[in-house]
Ligand binder design. Structure first.
Ligand code: NAD
Length: 285
């Protein structure tokens, strides 16, 4: 029994040694959007920490009350700074506190934020509430511009830094139940291109979006028919759906120095889904 325990500990040690190759050693970052342990941002925070980065966690003040973000902060030996990403003064405060806590400008930022009131309240795409739509755009897309504009004004990101936001393929193609979030993601991806130009010229900061497979999280599962769609995408993709952990690995590479010349891109991370036309697996019932 004792021997077994020792073997397990040894195996876990080897595994964690193999998993960390110090890709983010010495880097500092801010991670938005870790609500609970299913959140993509949660996995990104864990992997960035594993790879040697020092990070700050942030989420909307209301979300801090529900999720387990403080538990994650304790595990990663860091702190949480609340910020509503739609409020510029919150973003200013977050960036200033981050630079103070981390001891200087940051090297990377993850924007992992999405919320649609019309989806949440089950409004059909042809019967949307426009005030809610504006809130959706503000939270899910304009917050990305606000974040980058605030960071640029405060000179909060180091040269050759990397900023990533998470997107979804409904920005390019129609997925009827994704509702107004399709337009929110199109806007988000456009901000990455347009701001990517300005941030690249000013400070060699790169800006990209990662277009992720359907993933079982609070935001993901809120989309109507998510379970069926998840299975469909899994069958359509030759590699299957990309998990939240795999997305976190991709984010790590985007924050590392190995991707210094990648900017203004929307990068599909979807097991091949976006290039498929037809998959026999879907027809074979
Ligand atoms: N889950 C999927 O299927 C999927 C697929 C592709 C892309 N994405 C995107 O990934 C990102 C993360 O979502 P997730 O799936 O991990 O779900 P999640 O629900 O765990 O994360 C969404 C986060 O947005 C935060 N948020 C909402 N309003 C905010 C505000 N005003 N200020 C700051 N934060 C706010 C929430 O508190 C939450 O932490 C989103 O942009 C989502 O659209 C998700």
């Amino acid at each position: 029994m004792y021997l077994l325990d020792v073997k397990c500990i040894f195996a876990a040690f080897i595994k964690s040694e193999i998993m960390s190759n110090g890709l983010l050693q010495g880097k500092k970052g801010i991670i938005f959007g870790a609500l609970d342990d299913k959140s993509i941002a949660w996995k990104v925070a864990e992997k960035c920490h594993e790879q040697g980065a020092k990070i700050i966690l942030t989420n909307a003040p209301v979300a801090l009350r529900f999720g387990g973000i403080y538990e994650l902060a304790e595990k990663l030996n860091t702190k949480v700074v609340g910020a509503d990403a739609t409020k510029v003064e919150d973003l200013e405060n977050l960036l200033k506190e981050s630079m103070e806590f981390l001891g200087g400008k940051v090297d990377f930022i993850l924007h992992s934020i999405g919320m649609s009131l019309n989806v949440r309240k089950k409004r059909e795409y042809t019967d949307l509430n426009y005030e809610w739509m504006q809130t959706t755009f503000d939270i899910s897309a304009i917050s990305f511009h606000k974040l980058m504009q605030t960071a640029m004004k405060l000179d909060a990101v180091n040269d050759w830094g990397s900023i990533v936001a998470l997107s979804y393929m409904a920005a390019q193609r129609t997925f009827p139940d994704y509702n107004e979030m399709a337009e929110a993601k199109s806007l988000l991806e456009s901000f990455a291109r347009s701001f990517g130009y300005h941030y690249g010229k000013k400070a060699k900061v790169r800006v990209n979006t990662i277009s992720q497979s359907p993933t079982v999280t609070t935001a993901g599962s809120g989309v109507k028919g998510f379970g069926d769609f998840f299975d469909y995408a899994d069958k359509m993709s030759p590699l299957g759906n990309a998990s939240a952990e795999a997305c976190a690995d991709y984010c790590v590479t985007m924050f590392s120095d190995l991707t210094r010349m990648v900017t203004m891109q929307n990068l599909f991370h979807d097991g091949g889904f976006s290039s498929m036309g037809m998959a026999p697996e879907i027809l074979d019932k």
